[in-house]
Design a protein around this ligand. Structure first.
Ligand SMILES: Nc1ncnc2c1ncn2[C@@H]1O[C@H](COP(=O)(O)OP(=O)(O)OP(=O)(O)O)[C@@H](O)[C@H]1O
Ligand SMILES: [Mg+2]
Length: 246
């Protein structure tokens, strides 16, 4: 398997309110391989979003070395954030196509692909509506569809389901998992929910509070589809939670 992202000794400092420097990340080492569903798990403030922003090339202000696989183009990165960040003056369909329009790339073939994605995420009925008319769950579907529309090599997601009710989150997790399997994309996703990390992740990078470190990377060997009420699942939840220092 090819390594898409290779991080060595990544550190990042911020200044606090008093102007003092503190480490948000300390010597993080990790590799994301092609086909991984890589979860970054840890409590609030441990540095997950900071690390995701660096991994995805949104933040280049860090020390250490980060290498992308040769030929990997940042244009092939898709993003889904907790805040939906849709453009209110564009319809659902236009929001989904925005990355393609920006690249001047909206061929007839691509338009058909966008229609397919709209269909597979159950957005046909709202394709011509504006974001403000949609529920949170539908907005997040649009966010996922928009990331998929550019035919990404990697999708980076930052707590995409944490603002949603548990029923909608459950459905969207399942849909994301299906997309990952069918389209064979690589996913890096931030969460503070251990069950979510174990249900979705093929690997889980565990971060503890305020240390800015990846304590351990666990390869998730639970068989797919993950049986969320099995003894094995509960055992893994306990194991992971015992590793997280709050
Ligand atoms: N722009 C910034 N300036 C100063 N400090 C920051 C900045 N962004 C983040 N931090 C601090 O860096 C630390 C890590 O923040 P980060 O947002 O990466 O955490 P997180 O794990 O994503 O938390 P959450 O689960 O709450 O989103 C926190 O202590 C946070 O307050
Ligand atoms: Mg965060």
């Amino acid at each position: 398997m090819s390594i898409l992202i290779n991080q060595k000794n990544i550190s990042k400092t911020y200044k606090d309110f008093h102007g003092r420097q503190f480490h948000a990340l300390r010597e993080v080492n990790l590799e994301v391989e092609e086909g991984d569903f890589f979860m970054l798990l840890g409590p609030s403030g441990c540095g997950k979003s900071t690390l995701l922003r660096i991994m995805s090339g949104l933040d280049s202000n860090f020390t250490g070395s980060q290498k992308y696989m040769e030929g990997l183009d940042k244009k092939e990165f898709g993003f889904v954030f907790q805040q939906f960040a849709l453009l209110p003056w564009l319809t659902v369909e236009e929001n989904i196509s925005i990355g393609l329009i920006a690249k001047g790339n909206l061929t007839k073939e691509k338009k058909n692909e966008v229609s397919e994605i709209i269909k597979s995420l159950g957005l046909e009925k709202v394709a011509t509506e504006y974001p403000k008319e949609l529920s949170g769950g539908m907005k997040q579907r649009v966010g996922i569809a928009r990331a998929l529309a550019i035919n990404p090599k990697i999708i980076f997601l930052d707590e995409p389901f944490s603002a949603l009710d548990s029923f909608t989150a459950k459905i969207l997790r399942q849909e994301l998992l299906t997309m990952w399997k069918e389209k064979k994309i690589t996913i890096v996703m931030v969460t503070h929910n251990t069950e979510e990390a174990l249900q979705l992740g093929s690997k889980i990078g565990i971060m503890s509070s305020h240390l800015g470190k990846i304590d351990e990377i666990i390869v998730n060997t639970l068989p797919q589809p993950r049986e969320l009420r099995s003894q094995e699942f509960f055992k893994m939840v306990d194991k992971i939670e015992s590793l997280i220092k709050i």
